[in-house]
Every structure is written in C-alpha cells, then in structure tokens.
Design a protein around this ligand. Structure first.
Ligand code: NDP
Ligand code: PMR
Length: 399
C-alpha cells in the first residue's frame, strides 16, 4: 500500500460560541420538528453573527510512491488471454459510514483498487483494518475538503502517482444540526456547503481530465445526494427545508462578512446548510452530465442510499436523537438501511455494468432494487444548476 500523504491537521475551524442560547425549537424537540411543523412553511433559526479567525494549515505531504499507468486490458504473455486490470476508484470520506462500507464492498471483489481520500489518515487506516480490507486493495491519501489547497494537493499527488482514475465518488459530508453559529473552511466558506459542495466541485473539476482519459470499460463520477434535499418527499419537508433562493449568499461567498453564510442569503441554520449542500450536489451532477457526458462518455450519477441512521453523520446531534433515530427510521418510517447494505448500493452505482445511464438520481425500493428517482423541482432546476456552476467556479478559483 502506498502511503501517499499525511497532512493531518484539519483546515476547518469552529467559531467560538457567543451569547447564551435561549431554549430554542432545535434544542427542545427530539427530531427537530413537531407534527404541526410538518405542515408549516419554511423555518429558519434566529440570526447569529460571528467573529472568525483563520487557522493555519500546517500539514505536510509525505513522499509518495509512483506507479505507471497500465492499460485497462492487457494480453498475458503466457497464454494470450485478455485480462482486465483492477479499476481505480477514489472515494472521499471513506474513513467511516457509507464511504467505508463502499470501500470494503468494492475491495472485497478483488476487482477494484480503492483510494480512500480522507482527512484523518490514522482513522482511515484503522477503519480499513477493522473492516478487514487487505492492503493490496486500498491506498489512503490525505484530502481535507474544507481546504481548497488540500484539494489541489491531493489532485497533484494523485496525478503524480500515475495511477489511472476510473471512478470518482464524492461521498464525504459534514452535518451540523445543533450549531448555533457557523463554522468556516480554510478559505472562509460556511463549512457544510464549503465542504460538501465546493470542495467536491473543485475536486471533480480537477479530476475530470483523468476520468476522461480512463480506458476502463466504465468511467463514472458519482456525487452522493439525499432525500432530505428533495422537497417532493416527506423527509424533504421536515423543517428547515432546503431552499437555495436566488443564490445571493453563494454569490457573496458564504463568508458571513460581506455576505450571508447561507446560499439563499438567510440566517445561519446548520441543518438547512447541509440540505442546501445536498441540493447543490444533485444539481452539480446534472450540470456535469449536460456539459460533459456526450463529449467524454463519463456516466454522471447521484443517489439516495437510504437512511443510514447509525453513521457518524449524526455525531453532532444530541445524544437522545442518536439513540432514537435508528429505531424511528427502522420501525416508523421504514427508511432505515444498514451501513453494509448502503455500501452495497453505492458499490453498485460504482461498478454495476447495467447502471450506465448518465444524469440519474438512483434510489432503492423495499426489496433493495434500484430505480431512477424523481428529483424535486429545485433539485432539477437547470437554470439554477448553471448558476451554481458558474458561481462555484468563481469561488474555487476556476473562473
Ligand atoms: P459519516 O460521518 O460516517 O461519513 C462522512 C465522511 O466524510 C467521514 O469519513 C468524514 O471524515 C468525511 N469528512 C467530513 N469532512 C471532511 C473533510 N473536510 N474532508 C474530508 N473528509 C471529510 O456519514 P455518512 O456515511 O452517513 O455520510 C456519507 C454520505 O452519505 C454523505 O454525503 C451524506 O450526505 C450521505 N447520506 C447519508 C445518509 C445517512 O442517513 N447517513 C442519507 C443520505 C445521504 P472523518 O471520518 O474524518 O470524520
Ligand atoms: Mg427524517 C419516510 C420518511 C422519512 C425518511 C425516509 C427520512 C429520512 N425521514 C423521514 C421522516 C421524518 N424525519 C419525519 C416524519 C420527521 C419528523 C419527526 C423526521 C425528522 C428528522 C430529523 C430531525 N429526519 C432527519 C432528521 C435529521 O436530523 C436528519 C437530517 O435531516 O439530516 C440532514 C434526518 C433524516 N431523515 C431521513 C434521512 C435520510 C435523514 C438524514 C440524512 C441525510 O439526508 O443525509
């Protein structure tokens, strides 16, 4: 296994909490909503300003091993039989939850080499070991999506490794449902949208050429979405609902100084910021499809893997929520899915030869059969997708 980089200092920082919080709706309600709220219109938390300071990234990139690109199909000198090389798949946030389960599922097939792109190198190494992944099937590389410098460094290291890239899975995410005040990425973007959307946007754009050049029988770019960003579902109508508005906050840089921290220009709400980021993920996938599918042959896809109520995503939620959320999803909504099952679903989107259709948002039914799902009007709004693309290009320094 090539240990390619190990800059372990996270580039994001939290804003010190100021002032006393009065007992708010979010504090006192278990699932963040009462039944009457379900039928209410949009809901947002009170305005909270913040002071910020940027931290310094001090991570260093370790020397890396190099590899030589191998053609996807080679002919064995001994018997003249054609053999397919292992596919190379990068999975962001593969140190836990869905990303780890997907890495494990793909590694176990023996047909994939998984590049686990993680912000915490040691955590990823321990996770891979405890998942029973064999060393020849994975490589861990450092990537902190909350720092655009880190994204660029990761891409440089990957390109220098000479390894081909066949599939990129944008899976990592942060969710801050109880945060009273915003946190920011190294460049000063609100953390959830900065990490989940902008970090992945830059990563995908910089790796698009590598995907295009892949000679593997399938090449894919997958961006994990979610039901909670889709207001055409019950889950998507739990307040606060995703709503990107006219994108004025995004246009202003989401920095809380000369612009709002929320895409729609509203007051900070961590749960809404996450859902907004998921809408951006789903819109970005479709914009990639429109711009590049025909020209490159890459399959662009998004998905809702099911409610994986046991993952680290809910680490910042109150303990009672973490205790009751899994049984609530298992027995009441019946939307629960285990990490293992969700990993198999995402692994299917990575490698199943039948899921080649591009521009699709995949979901699974009760029998775990995949189907093309409908996105909400906002999550399929072409004009918004184009504007987000253009604004995001400016924010990450591509335009
Ligand atoms: P986890 O918290 O278990 O996994 C998230 C991963 O993202 C972790 O590996 C985490 O790293 C990583 N990550 C967070 N911030 C960064 C960063 N700045 N740079 C690099 N990596 C980072 O949650 P899930 O497995 O549940 O989430 C995975 C995906 O699934 C997300 O996109 C989420 O939106 C989506 N999803 C989840 C659902 C669910 O019910 N859980 C439902 C629908 C979609 P670390 O281990 O270091 O914290
Ligand atoms: Mg939700 C079919 C109903 C359904 C499904 C599939 C989900 C998935 N949820 C459903 C319904 C409800 N949820 C209802 C009726 C309520 C009010 C009691 C409810 C509440 C709720 C909360 C407070 N649900 C949540 C939260 C969270 O904090 C989670 C969240 O929004 O994270 C962004 C969440 C989720 N519900 C889901 C899924 C998949 C999540 C989390 C993950 C995500 O979108 O990534």
């Amino acid at each position: 296994m090539a240990l390619q980089a190990a800059a372990l200092v996270p580039a994001a920082f939290s804003v010190p909490k100021e002032g006393k919080s009065s007992a708010s709706f979010k504090d006192s309600s278990l699932f963040g909503v009462s039944l009457s709220d379900l039928v209410k219109a949009d809901f947002s938390s009170s305005a909270l300003r913040c002071k910020r300071e940027f931290n310094q990234r001090t991570g260093a990139v370790r020397a890396q091993t190099t590899a030589t690109a191998t053609p996807a199909i080679s002919r064995s000198a001994m018997d003249g039989k054609k053999t397919l090389r292992k596919g190379s798949v990068i999975i962001t946030g593969a140190s836990s939850g869905l990303g780890l389960a997907t890495a494990k599922a793909l590694a176990e097939t023996g047909k994939w080499h998984v590049i686990m792109a993680c912000r915490d190198f040691l955590k990823a190494e321990r996770a891979a070991k405890s998942a029973g992944m064999s060393k020849e099937n994975y490589t861990i590389m450092h990537l902190d999506l909350a720092s655009l410098d880190s994204v660029r460094q990761f891409v440089d290291s990957y390109k220098r490794s000479g390894r081909p890239l066949d599939v990129l899975v944008c899976n990592a995410a942060v969710y801050q449902p109880t945060a009273k005040e915003p946190s920011f990425t190294a460049e000063g973007f609100e953390l959830s949208v900065g990490t989940n959307h902008l970090g992945h946007f830059l990563l995908s754009r910089l790796l698009l050429d590598d995907l295009t050049q892949s000679d593997y029988p399938l090449k894919r770019l997958i961006i994990v979405g979610s039901i909670t960003g889709n207001t055409n579902t019950l889950a998507g109508n739990v307040p606060p609902k995703a709503n990107l508005g006219d994108l004025r906050g995004l246009a202003g840089g989401l920095n809380g100084l000369n612009s709002a921290t929320m895409i729609d220009g509203g007051d900070f709400d961590g749960a809404k910021a996450y859902k907004d980021s998921k809408v951006c993920n789903m819109l970005t996938m479709q914009e990639f499809h429109r711009r590049f599918h025909e020209e490159t042959g890459i399959t662009f896809a998004s998905l809702y893997p099911g409610c994986i109520a046991t993952t680290g995503l809910f680490r910042e939620h109150i303990p009672l929520f973490r205790l009751l959320f899994p049984p609530f999803q298992k027995y009441i909504t019946k939307g629960f899915v285990s990490e293992e099952e969700a990993g198999k679903r995402l692994a299917q989107v990575v490698s199943d030869p039948s899921l080649t259709k591009s521009g699709v948002y995949w979901s699974w039914n009760k029998d775990s059969a995949s189907f093309e799902n409908q996105l909400s009007p906002e999550a399929s709004d072409q004009e918004k997708a184009r504007k987000i693309w253009e604004q995001s290009e400016k924010l990450v320094g591509l335009a």
